[in-house]
Structures are given as C-alpha cells and as structure tokens.
Ligand binder design. Structure first.
Ligand SMILES: NC(=O)c1ccc[n+]([C@@H]2O[C@H](COP(=O)([O-])OP(=O)(O)OC[C@H]3O[C@@H](n4cnc5c(N)ncnc54)[C@H](O)[C@@H]3O)[C@@H](O)[C@H]2O)c1
Length: 258
C-alpha cells in the first residue's frame, strides 16, 4: 500500500489555511497544520477531526519548520505544501507619530516573506526524496495578496512582503522543475476570515466600494477550492493566480495636504 499523502499547511489553524486543510482532507490527504497558538491549534483539530495533526511553530524559525517537517513525514509522503501563514499590517510611511517604525517593516517581511521562503526551502529538500508519482514529487502553493499588485496607502510593508512572494514564484518553479516540484502562488482579494474581522467599519466600507462581481467578500472555501485544483492540475506551475472577483484596490485613504 502506498503511504498516505501529507500536506503541510502553514497558518492552517484559521481562515484560509484552515479551509485548505479541510478541503484537502476531503481528497484523502492528511493535513499537518502549523500555527503559533496552541489553543487555536486544538480548536482547529476539533474542526478538522480525522487524521489532522497540529504542530506549534513559527514559519520563520528553522527549528520549528524542521520539527513540523519531521512530524509531517512520519505521517506519510509529504507531497503538498500550502503556505497561508501571514500577518496583516497597515502603517503610513510617515504617520502622525513619525516615520514608519523600521522594525515593523522588518517584522512583516519576516513573517510573510522570509517565513514562506523558509518553509519552501526546507520542504523542497524533503520533497526531493519522494519517488515521483504521476511525474511529480510535490507541489508548493504560496499565498500572496491583491496588495502585491495594487497596494493601498499604508500597505508598503505588507505589499512588499506579498510582492516578493509573487516575484520569487517563477525562479522557484524554474529551479525546482528539475526535481519535479511545482510552485504556484495565489493572490486573494477580500476573504471573510478572522484576520479581517478586526478591520474597522470605515475601512471596510472603503474596501467594499472596490468590489466588482460578485458584490461580496470571498468565502475561504472558494480559496481552498482553487488550491485543491492547483494541487491536482500538473500544468499549473510558475504562475500567480488572482482570486478576487475582479477587485482592483483603489489607492485608499490619502491624507490631504494642508
Ligand atoms: N483574508 C483575506 O482577505 C486575505 C487577502 C489577501 C491575502 N491574505 C493572506 O492569506 C493568508 C491567510 O490569511 P487569513 O485571512 O486566513 O488570516 P488568519 O489570521 O485567519 O490566518 C493566518 C494564520 O497565520 C498564522 N501566522 C501568522 N504568522 C505566523 C508565523 N510567523 N508562523 C506561524 N503561523 C503564523 C496566524 O496565527 C493565523 O493563524 C495570509 O498570508 C494573508 O496575508 C488574506
């Protein structure tokens, strides 16, 4: 009997990552979800049930990701990695209390971009040991954002972190092609998740003005369905796919010059 297919899903304890873990389970995949919060992890396992596994860890930490990969490979053949871990962030380059704190910029880049790359590099090495099935050893899906393309006022750090993910997609796919590993990025628009529950009502109304069709925010299950398609379609590689109902974000709230 061939070993179970395992998917490592970062940020899989909530929002888009949790929906992906849930969707992959319906295809018989064992999800190993990484998150920083133990309580959220327990809660996710209650939601997912079945064979799902939780590992507490920070995606930007080499020891944490190595531990998660060790656990993942104990549960079967690691053939899928979906990077959903990420932090939102908004701050002006020069705000009321002065210039954008440099450490905040570095922290956002670390959580979103360095963390994703850390998982990609360590997971790709494990995938290279897989025997090919249907001419591939694995697929890696990263999660960027519409902000990679049309970042708003206050999104310099966040947009830079997501833009970096878009830019590294092709070189990663080109390099890992020789190992039969695909790399794809998904760039979501507005999706209803715990991360956006904290968006203030005024900002939410601003964002709603940019909706095209459908005139609503996305459901995490719709994001998960795209990821499941990418996993199953070997011709999708080296590309960033927007899933945003044609939303192109407006510049956002600009300060008037006085
Ligand atoms: N929800 C949206 O509308 C939207 C839009 C565009 C992009 N995204 C991106 O999609 C991804 C998922 O977002 P979401 O809306 O589901 O948010 P979410 O907050 O529900 O989920 C993100 C998860 O990542 C975890 N996380 C953050 N930093 C981590 C780290 N260093 N190590 C381990 N785990 C970490 C968080 O704890 C959280 O569980 C994020 O990368 C986000 O930037 C979301």
């Amino acid at each position: 009997m061939s070993p179970a297919t395992v998917a490592l899903v970062t940020g899989g304890t909530s929002g888009l990552g949790l929906a992906v873990a849930d969707r992959l389970m319906t295809s018989g995949v064992t999800p190993v979800v990484i998150g920083r919060n133990e309580e959220r992890g327990r809660c996710a396992l209650r939601t997912l049930g079945g064979s799902a596994v939780f590992v507490r860890g920070d995606v930007a930490s080499e020891p944490d990701v190595t531990k998660a990969l060790d656990i993942a490979t104990q549960h079967g053949s690691l053939r899928i990695v979906v990077n959903c871990a990420g932090v939102p962030h908004a701050a002006r380059v020069v705000g009321r209390s002065g210039p954008h704190p440099l450490q905040q910029f570095a922290d956002v880049i670390t959580a979103n971009l360095v963390g994703t790359f850390n998982v990609v590099r360590l997971a790709a090495e494990r995938m290279m040991a897989n025997p090919p099935t249907e001419q591939e050893r694995g697929v890696i899906v990263n999660t960027a954002s519409s902000a990679a393309f049309d970042g708003q006022v206050g999104q310099a750090a966040y947009a830079a972190s997501k833009g970096g993910m878009v830019s590294m997609t092709l070189p990663l796919a080109r390099e890992l092609a020789g190992s039969l590993i695909r790399v794809v990025t998904v760039a979501p628009g507005f999706f209803e998740t715990p991360a956006v529950a904290s968006v203030p009502a005024e900002a939410r109304r601003e964002l709603d003005r940019d909706l095209m069709h459908p005139q609503r925010w996305g459901n995490p299950a719709e994001f998960a369905e795209l990821v499941a398609h990418i996993v199953g379609n070997p011709m999708i590689n080296g590309e960033t796919i927007r899933i945003d109902g044609a939303v192109r974000m407006s510049p956002g709230l600009r300060r008037r010059s006085s």
